[in-house]
Design a binder for this molecule. Structure first.
Ligand code: NAP
Length: 276
C-alpha cells in the first residue's frame, strides 16, 4: 500500500517535464493521477509514461486560464472517481526576453497562466472540498525566482512570487476547511520532456555539466528527487505543514555574495547562450 492508495490527484501540466516527474511519483505511491493541460498529445504521452511505470492515470483537456474549463475539469474528476484529494498546480508558461521588449499581450499571457490559472484551479478544487466537507491538499510549483527575481523572465518571476504569496494566504484562509496549501521551488532539473523554451539552448548533458560547475551540491537535480519532495508535502506525513514553500535546488539560489560573476545585461546573456 502506497501513501496515496485510493487517492486521486490532478497535476496540471502533468504530461510533460517536471509535472510528469511529480505525477510519476504520486502514481508510484498509489494515486490515480489525472494529468491536465491543453494539448492532447502531451496528455497522452504523460498517461502512457505513468502506465508504463505501473501507475494509474487519465487525461483531462483543460486550459487553466479559462474558469469554465477548470470547473469542468474538477467536476469531471469528481464524477468519474468520486473524490479529489490532491491538486498540483504545475502548469506554466515562460519565455526569455529583456523586460523592455515584452509586448503587453506577452506579459499578460504569462501572468494569466501562472498566477490567474493557479488561482482558478485552487479556487475550483477548494470550492469542491468545502462543499463536500472533505479535506484536500494543494501544491504550487513555483521557482526560486520568488526570492531573487530573474532577469530575462520578469513576468514569470513576478507571477510566481504572487503564487508564493497566495500560498501563504490560502493556507490560512482554508485551514479551517482541512485544506493544506504548500509550494515547491525547483532548481535545475534537466529533463528530456521539458517543453519550455527556457532550456532549448542546451542539451541535457550540457545542462548537467553546467550544474556540476555552478550548483553548490555539485550536480543537477534528478526529477524523481523533486517528485519525492512533492509526495512528502502532499502526504499525511506533512499533515502539520501548510503555507510553506520548500526549495529543492541543491543550494543554488543561495549562491551569491562578493565573488558573483560579472554583470551581464539580458541581451548580452541571450547572445552568450545562442538565444539571439
Ligand atoms: P514544460 O515542460 O514547458 O511544462 C509546462 C506545462 O504546462 C506543459 O505540460 C503545458 O501543457 C502546460 N500548460 C501551459 N499552459 C497551459 C494552460 N494554459 N493550461 C493548461 N496547461 C498549460 O515546463 P517545465 O519546465 O516542466 O515546468 C513545470 C513547472 O516547473 C513550471 O511551473 C515551471 O515554472 C517550474 N519550474 C521548472 C524549472 C525547470 O528547470 N524546468 C525550474 C523551476 C521551476 P500544454 O502545452 O499541453 O497545455
Amino acid at each position: 500500500m502506497g501513501a496515496f492508495s485510493d487517492r486521486v490527484a490532478i497535476v496540471t501540466g502533468g504530461g510533460t517535464g517536471l509535472g510528469l516527474g511529480v505525477a510519476l511519483e504520486l502514481a508510484r505511491e498509489g494515486a490515480h493521477v489525472v494529468v491536465a493541460s491543453r494539448k492532447r498529445e502531451n496528455l497522452d504521452a504523460g498517461v502512457r509514461a505513468i502506465e508504463e511505470a505501473g501507475g494509474a492515470a487519465s487525461a483531462q483537456v483543460c486550459d487553466i486560464r479559462d474558469a469554465d474549463s477548470v470547473q469542468a475539469m474538477v467536476a469531471d474528476v469528481v464524477a468519474t472517481h468520486g473524490r479529489l484529494d490532491v491538486l498540483v498546480n504545475n502548469a506554466a508558461g515562460n519565455f526569455v526576453v529583456p523586460a523592455e521588449e515584452y509586448t503587453p499581450n506577452g506579459w499578460r499571457t504569462i501572468v494569466d497562466i501562472v498566477l490567474n490559472g493557479t488561482f482558478l484551479c485552487s479556487w475550483a478544487a477548494a470550492r469542491h472540498w468545502i462543499d463536500a466537507g472533505t479535506p484536500g491538499v494543494i501544491l504550487n510549483v513555483v521557482s526560486t525566482h520568488i526570492y531573487t527575481g530573474c532577469p530575462g523572465v520578469a513576468a514569470s518571476s513576478a507571477a510566481k512570487a504572487g503564487v508564493a504569496n497566495m500560498t501563504q494566504t490560502l493556507a490560512v484562509e482554508w485551514a479551517g476547511h482541512g485544506i493544506r496549501v504548500n509550494g515547491i521551488a525547483p532548481g535545475v532539473f534537466p529533463n528530456p520532456t521539458v517543453q519550455s523554451q527556457m532550456h532549448s539552448e542546451e542539451n541535457l548533458d550540457g545542462a548537467r555539466e553546467r550544474a556540476a560547475r555552478t550548483v553548490p551540491l555539485g550536480r543537477a537535480g534528478e526529477v524523481h528527487e523533486l517528485g519525492k519532495a512533492a509526495v512528502f508535502l502532499a502526504s499525511d506525513d506533512a499533515a502539520y505543514i501548510t503555507g510553506h514553500t520548500l526549495v529543492v535546488d541543491g543550494g543554488n539560489w543561495l549562491r551569491r555574495g562578493h565573488l558573483m560573476p560579472e554583470y551581464r545585461t539580458v541581451p548580452q546573456q541571450m547572445a552568450d547562450r545562442g538565444l539571439r
